[in-house]
Design a protein around this ligand. Structure first.
Ligand code: HEM
Length: 158
């Protein structure tokens, strides 16, 4: 049980938990409480700091997922159709996460103050975040089938 393959898979799954858990907490627990408890300027200040911190956490987790994922593929020894579909979805997720934190997050950070423009950016940030979260759940579902399901390995890389 204490093999390198096991350790890499463990880190892979911890990265999923960190990326998904942080996003779910901020979307469904923190954001509604901030909206109810803080006035607009304070809400924007807190939102900006969360975007920055969460951005580092989520993007780092995705990088860890990519590195440990490549090691997983090497340990597994082949690429199945299921894994190929998963990889396409992972590329979409990474692109969306970069857009969410890199583009929208930076625009929110640079906005002069609260207003309809920032509110629209925040709504877009949440929409993209929910899409990323849903896709990650789909990827987790596909991943369970990688070693357990009938996702046959069709193209060996060894
Ligand atoms: C958003 C990104 C990702 C998520 C959410 C994710 C999720 C998961 C999960 C939950 C498992 C465990 C499945 C199980 O054991 O039942 C897994 C395994 C695996 N992942 Fe990922 N993964 C991601 C990215 C990647 C990437 C980028 C690669 C390849 C480059 C990859 C390759 C693999 C492989 C080959 C396994 C099977 C490992 C084994 O059972 O030994 N994953 N993934």
């Amino acid at each position: 049980m204490l093999t390198l393959r096991f350790l890499v898979l463990f880190i892979h799954i911890v990265a999923v938990i960190v990326a998904l858990g942080g996003s779910l907490f901020s979307t469904f627990a923190l954001a509604p409480v901030l909206a109810a408890e803080l006035d607009a300027p304070a809400r924007l200040r807190v939102f900006r700091r969360i975007v920055r911190r969460l951005g580092v956490i989520v993007l780092t987790s995705l990088a860890v997922l990519a590195v440990t994922g490549i090691l997983n593929v090497l340990f597994l020894g082949g690429v199945s159709i299921l894994l190929a579909i998963k990889l396409i979805l992972v590329i979409v997720v990474i692109g969306l996460a970069l857009y969410q934190y890199g583009t929208i997050g930076v625009q929110i950070w640079r906005a002069p103050g609260p207003g309809p423009e920032v509110a629209e950016l925040q709504a877009r940030f949440r929409r993209v975040g929910l899409t990323v979260g849903s896709l990650v759940l789909l990827i987790v579902y596909l991943s369970i089938g990688l070693t357990r399901g009938s996702g046959a390995i069709v193209a060996s890389i060894r």
